[in-house]
Design a protein around this ligand. Structure first.
Ligand SMILES: Cc1cc2nc3c(=O)[nH]c(=O)nc-3n(C[C@H](O)[C@H](O)[C@H](O)COP(=O)(O)O)c2cc1C
Length: 325
């Protein structure tokens, strides 16, 4: 059996993990015991469970199987699904998570879980609230020229799959005619672009010229950096610079409102070359122009890339004060 690191946790898990959703359902306890033993004999130390599997039966059976060797195992569980006829026994809110963890621990007969997943995206994240607040963003003559498309779940996954394949196949389009960024940057902007790029790659240990690692990191954009929600902001195409500036203010308002709710965002121009897929998956009319994509979720402070503090020019470099003497 090969063992691989579990993300950046420092924990090693067998390359194969047994999902136990059949325990107590399709597999009765005897069969579950045989499956478990077959895995253990071959060195599997990684067992995945969830509270909803056979309404808790799976956890109970897994709990009996792991007795006596809990310390050797990496055990997961999950919450989100409906567990009881109680409006609050579901979802990803703190109150339910606390009681779901306690119930899972009891069923598994253990005092800890090694990994705890939110089984599904919880649509009650305050996205609508964030976007409602953002509707108050200012715009020249109150034109409110923006449109916003929010995706999650299967729609987001299908888009990611398509764009990852496009990125791998190198079939992203050139959008030079789109005038999004200049064909040639001047030195100061180019230096800042390089500065933040090297800062990020330096933290991630990606060497200059390592195209494979750069492409791998670039592709993180297309899974929205594992955030649960993807957002795309467009502007009506016939509009002009002032309206794009308004849309920029709208985008910043979303980012600040998200922060106020304890959420984080990453705006992403990286989607621009793949906008054909974005439009197709999200049904965006072709008389709108994509201004940016955006990831929305909870930041992982343990990820090294999230520790980057980008540089900023001094105030004197950008501000001109006149008539103050
Ligand atoms: C319109 C826009 C598009 C961006 N596109 C991307 C992107 O595609 N991928 C990415 O990782 N960061 C992207 N960023 C994040 C910027 O690189 C980042 O804001 C900048 O380097 C400054 O860093 P800071 O926001 O951490 O201070 C984008 C930011 C904006 C405003």
């Amino acid at each position: 059996m090969k063992y691989v690191p579990l993300g950046s946790t420092g924990v090693k898990v067998s390359e194969l993990c047994l999902g136990t959703m059949s325990f107590g359902g399709e597999a009765d306890e005897d069969e579950a015991r045989r499956m478990y033993a077959a895995c253990r004999d071959r060195g599997v130390n990684f067992f995945d469970c969830a509270d909803v599997y056979v309404k808790g039966r799976s956890e109970e059976i897994l709990g009996r199987l792991i007795k006596g060797e809990r310390d050797k195992l990496v055990i997961t569980s999950k919450c989100h699904g409906v567990m009881r006829d109680d409006i609050n026994a579901r979802g990803n809110n703190r109150r339910h998570i606390m009681s779901a963890v306690e119930a899972s621990l009891k069923r598994l007969g253990t005092d800890r879980l090694d990994v705890y997943f939110m089984h599904h995206f919880d649509a009650s994240l305050p996205i609508e609230e964030i976007l409602r607040i953002s509707q108050r963003a200012p715009s020249g003559t109150n034109t409110q020229p923006w449109h916003v498309y929010v995706c999650a779940g299967d729609v987001k996954q299908a888009l990611s799959d398509d764009v990852l394949a496009m990125a791998r196949g190198g079939t992203g389009k050139s959008y030079d005619h789109y005038d999004y960024y200049p064909a040639k940057w001047n030195d100061i902007h180019q230096a800042r672009r390089r500065g933040v790029g090297w800062g990020l790659y330096g933290l991630l240990g990606i060497q200059k010229g390592d195209r494979e690692a750069s492409a791998r990191q670039g592709a993180r954009n297309f899974v929205f950096f594992d955030a649960p929600v993807g957002i795309f902001i467009t502007v009506d195409s016939y509009l002009a610079k002032g309206n794009w500036a308004d849309t920029g203010m709208y985008i910043q308002t979303i980012m600040l409102a998200a922060k106020a709710f304890g959420l984080d965002t990453c705006p992403q121009a990286a989607w621009i070359p793949y906008q054909e897929a974005v439009y197709r998956h999200l049904g965006i009319p072709d008389d709108q122009s994509l201004v940016t994509g955006m990831s929305l979720g909870y930041v992982d402070p343990n990820k090294i890339e999230n520790t980057l503090v980008s540089e900023r020019a001094e105030l004197e470099d950008v501000a001109t004060f006149l008539g103050f003497d």
